[in-house]
Design a protein around this ligand. Sequence first.
Ligand code: COA
Length: 167
Amino acid sequence: MQHTYTTRAALVADVPFLWEMLWEAAAVSPEIRGMGRERAFALPDVARYLEDWGRPGDAAVVAVPSDGACLGAAWSRLFPASAPGYGFVAEDIPELGIGVSPQSRGRGIGGAMLEELKVTARAQGYAALSLSVNRGNPARRLYERHGFEDLSISAPTDSSVTLLCRL
Ligand SMILES: CC(C)(COP(=O)(O)OP(=O)(O)OC[C@H]1O[C@@H](n2cnc3c(N)ncnc32)[C@H](O)[C@@H]1OP(=O)(O)O)[C@@H](O)C(=O)NCCC(=O)NCCS
C-alpha cells in the first residue's frame, strides 16, 4: 500500500494525542475499557506511561498524514524499579508504548513508528527497548517482526509477556 504518512519526533503540542494513543493501548484490557478513560488515567499503573512527559530519557514519535491530524504515536520512557511499567526490565532500558487510531490500523504505521523509535533509542545510547503485550494480542506478531523477543522475562503463566529488542 502507498505510504500516505510520515513519521517525526513528537512535539509538546502532540502530548494530548499521546494520551489518546495511551488510551487505545490501555483499553485493549476489557477491565480498563470498562472503567472509561477518566478512571483509567487516574490509575498510577496507566498514567505513569505519560505523566509529567518530558523527563530525561523520554522519546516519542508520531505518524502524520500530509495534512490532517496524527494517526498514531509510539513513545519510550525509563521507569524506576520502585514504580515499574508492566514491561519493566531494568532502570536503563526504556519501555515502549504504542497506539494507532482505529481507522488507520493495518497500514504499516505501527511498524514504521517502531523502527523510528528504535533509531531514536539507539541515538540516545540505550542498549535495548522493552514492552509488555497480552499473549493473545495480534500486536505481538508485529513486535516480533521488528526484533522484539521473548527472553523468558515474564512467567509463562502471566497473561502478558515482556519482550526485549536489543539495539
Ligand atoms: C498494535 C498497533 C499499534 C499496530 O499498529 P498498526 O499500524 O496497525 O500496525 P502495522 O500496520 O504496522 O502492522 C500490522 C500488524 O499490527 C498488528 N495489528 C493490526 N491491527 C491490530 C489491531 N486492531 N489490534 C492489535 N494489533 C493489530 C498485527 O500484528 C499486524 O500484523 P499481522 O498483519 O501479521 O496480523 C495498532 O494496531 C493498535 O493501536 N492496536 C490497538 C492497541 C494495541 O493493541 N496496542 C498495543 C498494546 S501492547
